[in-house]
Design a protein around this ligand. Structure first.
Ligand code: NDP
Length: 255
């Protein structure tokens, strides 16, 4: 255990050099925002990152940034989590199995906000899409990746939560419900895998962060009021690295 680290609060984690060397970590929504920052941070600490997203150009730009910096070469997985069906998921699993033979980290980061609307008026199609991208797709991806995660000596699954996934707030609709669901999924899975696998499962709430989603949710807020994604990476690195071994079934905050 890194001595600079409090065992219960990863916000003050001092990240050792080469923390993620030899690790293979998949990041969803890796093309921009928090997912991009996480992919860059993981690669900078030695991980081979699998960049998953629906926009190939964005992923290629992240790939180019990582390779230009001399970090391990990432892989790209173009997938629209709102629309992909079983063959696309199975193909991804098979490609990772052939290329790496295992998965050491899985960061479920991709998400959509939907509409900020009262439940009385909430559009049903939007409800379905938000629940699908934010909750059902992470469930399916996790289920299919478990065999590869079991092949790791030390695997970590991180689900992205939100403060409205812990205490409901007016007008957050399907987004809040999806994040409550993610907290529940993480707890159930952590309990199932504890003591019978080397896979740990935790939730991480980034807190208000300067991204497109934050601007969409709070259009009147000054962007400088919130930290850049790169500034909140310590807990992500902690949960993906060996210092969080044995930590499972918990919910953490970045801010
Ligand atoms: P952004 O909207 O900036 O980025 C979301 C990412 O998810 C993008 O890469 C986006 O890709 C991807 N994505 C969305 N839909 C799909 C899809 N159908 N298939 C594949 N990828 C998709 O959001 P943030 O970076 O702010 O949010 C990241 C996570 O953090 C989310 O889970 C969010 O709920 C959570 N969060 C964010 C907070 C904040 O203040 N920013 C606060 C609390 C939680 P594309 O570019 O193609 O749209």
């Amino acid at each position: 255990m890194n001595p600079a680290m409090s065992s219960t609060d990863p916000r003050g984690y001092t990240v050792p050099d080469g923390l993620l060397r030899e690790r293979v970590i998949l990041v969803t929504g890796a093309g921009r925002g928090i997912g991009k920052a996480a992919a860059l941070a993981f690669a900078a600490h030695g991980a081979s990152v699998v960049l998953l997203g629906r926009n190939a150009q964005q992923l290629e730009d992240v790939h180019a940034t990582i390779t230009a910096a001399g970090h391990p070469e990432p892989a790209i997985a173009v997938m629209d989590l709102a629309r992909s069906l079983a063959p696309a998921y199975l193909d991804l699993v098979e490609q990772l199995r052939q290329r790496y033979g295992r998965l050491d980290g899985l960061l479920h980061n991709a998400g959509i906000l939907g509409h900020r609307t009262p439940i009385e008026q909430y559009d049903v199609a939007t409800w379905h899409e938000v629940l699908h991208v934010n909750l059902t797709a992470p469930f399916v991806l996790t289920q299919l990746m478990i065999p590869l995660l079991r092949a790791s000596a030390d695997a970590s699954i991180v689900f992205t939560s939100s403060s409205v996934g812990r205490r409901g707030r007016a007008y957050w609709g399907a987004y809040a419900v999806s994040k409550f669901g993610i907290e529940g999924l993480a707890q159930v899975l952590a309990d199932e895998l504890q003591n019978v696998s080397r896979i740990r499962v935790n939730c991480l709430n980034p807190g208000g962060t300067r991204t497109r989603m934050r601007r969409q949710a709070y259009p009147g807020e000054a962007p400088e009021a919130r930290p850049e994604p790169a500034a909140i990476m310590a807990p992500y690195l902690y949960l993906m690295g060996p210092d969080s071994r044995g930590v499972t079934g918990q919910s953490f905050d970045c801010q």
